[in-house]
Design a protein around this ligand. Structure first.
Ligand SMILES: CC(C)(COP(=O)(O)OP(=O)(O)OC[C@H]1O[C@@H](n2cnc3c(N)ncnc32)[C@H](O)[C@@H]1OP(=O)(O)O)[C@@H](O)C(=O)NCCC(=O)NCCS
Length: 148
């Protein structure tokens, strides 16, 4: 089971060791860049993913208004290289979607995007109900109705 927690003085040293495999580095920004982004963009929300009390990944989301719609963009989502391939990425995505549904104001739509070469992530996102294939800023952008 995945639990999401803010970064704290107690967990940051372990959490900041989280990293993807070298060949995945162009798919997701580092935890330090993600923390800097969450500091700069005040509406962004950053969480560490814990499994069995151990940090295994992180997620950065950004809620924004698009016309009348409240959209939450999952800007970053990763599982540390040593914990991949065990179902934790899917568990983290599901936990993140439940968390997003609990935010105020209530979101209408969830967005996620990744590079076209990231087949693993695209397969995961589509199997979780995300749809879309248009490129936005060079990434495949996928959308899902919130609250399902
Ligand atoms: C993408 C990522 C989060 C998936 O996490 P994971 O723990 O490895 O994935 P899971 O074990 O939960 O598998 C989830 C699904 O991914 C897909 N998948 C897993 N390995 C795959 C592979 N080698 N090739 C294609 N699809 C694959 C499958 O659909 C799988 O679901 P299933 O096993 O029920 O069929 C993780 O690999 C990662 O952090 N990658 C680097 C960072 C990144 O690319 N982040 C996303 C872009 S922001």
């Amino acid at each position: 089971m995945i639990e999401l927690h803010p970064i704290t003085p107690e967990n940051h040293a372990a959490a900041r060791k989280l990293a993807v495999a070298p060949e995945q580095r162009n798919f997701v920004a580092t935890i330090d860049k993600s923390l800097a982004d969450a500091y700069v963009y005040k509406d962004a929300l950053f969480r560490i993913a814990f499994h069995n009390d151990q940090p295994v990944g992180y997620v950065l989301v950004f809620p924004f208004d698009k016309g009348e719609k409240r959209v939450v963009n999952i800007v970053r989502l990763m599982i540390d290289a040593q914990f991949q391939g065990q179902g934790l990425g899917r568990a983290l995505l599901n936990k993140t979607l439940a968390w997003i549904d609990s935010l105020t104001p209530t979101p209408d739509e969830v967005r996620i995007s990744t590079l076209p070469a990231n087949v693993r992530a695209l397969t995961l996102y589509r199997s979780a109900g995300f749809e879309g294939s248009a490129l936005e800023d060079g990434e495949v952008a996928l959308y899902r109705v919130a609250g399902r």
